[in-house]
Design a protein around this ligand. Structure first.
Ligand SMILES: C[S@@+](CC[C@H](N)C(=O)[O-])C[C@H]1O[C@@H](n2cnc3c(N)ncnc32)[C@H](O)[C@@H]1O
Length: 279
């Protein structure tokens, strides 16, 4: 018991373990995530659907989306953006870990008569000969990756873009970091059964890494047969640190905004969006 508790309360090195596939592709949690994506009223997994509609409209206008535009949506989930952009004429590819979300996305495409290509894969491992005019990484997924993963992904974006093509991504700012606090919670069926169909005990340990501007939500889920740990890392960025990362991977930052719907950049915003181009 003592050793177990010590393990639960241990602060790991930043980004020491990557468990995104367990979170997004697990049979039970992927079902819960899909419910969140599809709930139009909440900013969980996907943003509120009125925001996504406004965002898709802004993306289409800003990037001049038409039938010649090829778009890759990294972490497309159930296809809320891919569908909206294909409806505006674009040739769209969505990449995601979750077969459950992609099944939903594919069914919607068939229903609507849209040609959208879905690839079920870890986008960090994606290799393709295809080239794109626009790459999306939306809902701050960049923040969940380690510095090495982020560098590799930005280099991949640079390779996959046509010359003059752009990346649109969003990220949490240092204003959001300032609001995070270290906490500990332990509850039976923590998050109302999010982690398992059967009873479990869940610990949430929130660790804040001041120097690195990283926060870890470490979930330890204790079930009758086994215990698992899910590490949700978040890197928080200043405009300068985010720009440096994108430019060190070969992109040129062109615009900074407060969100992916075109809201002008504000120094007080908790999120920022970046348009970066391949020269
Ligand atoms: C926060 S959700 C955002 C979904 C979508 N971009 C939106 O805004 O509606 C993150 C999505 O990225 C996917 N994802 C996370 N890490 C991934 C990875 N390494 N490779 C592929 N997909 C990933 C998850 O399965 C999930 O669907």
């Amino acid at each position: 018991m003592f050793d177990t508790l010590r393990e639960i309360f241990t602060r790991p090195a930043p980004f020491g373990v990557y468990t995104a596939p367990e979170l997004w592709a697990d049979e039970h949690t992927s079902e819960k995530m899909l419910e969140y994506h599809l709930n139009p009223e909440i900013d969980l997994a996907s943003r509120k659907h009125v925001f996504i509609e406004r965002s898709a409209e802004w993306i289409a206008a800003t990037f001049g989306v038409n039938i010649t535009t090829s778009i890759a949506d990294f972490g497309c989930g159930p296809g809320l953006y891919t569908t909206a952009l294909a409806e505006r004429g674009a040739r769209v590819t969505g990449i995601d870990l979750s077969s459950r979300s992609l099944r939903y996305a594919t069914e919607r495409a068939v229903e609507k008569g849209l040609q959208i290509r879905y690839i079920q894969q870890n986008y960090l491992d994606l290799e393709t000969e295809d080239r794109f005019d626009l790459i999306l990484l939306i809902m701050c997924d960049f923040c969940a990756l380690s510095p090495e993963q982020r560098h590799g992904l930005v280099r991949k974006f640079t390779t996959l873009l046509n010359p003059g093509g752009a990346v649109l991504l969003d990220a949490y700012t240092l204003n959001a970091f300032a609001l995070r606090e270290e906490t500990i919670r332990c509850e039976k069926n923590l998050l109302h059964g999010f982690w398992s169909r059967q009873d479990y005990y869940g610990f949430l340990n929130v660790f804040k890494y001041e120097r690195e501007k990283v926060v870890l939500d470490k979930y330890t889920i204790v079930e009758p047969s086994h215990t698992r740990v899910i590490y949700n890392w978040l890197q928080y960025f200043s405009p300068e640190t985010l720009t440096r990362e994108l430019e060190s991977g070969g992109l040129v930052v062109e615009h900074r905004l407060s969100d992916v719907a075109g809201t002008p950049f504000s120094e007080t915003s908790q999120e920022m969006a970046i348009i970066a181009r391949k020269p």
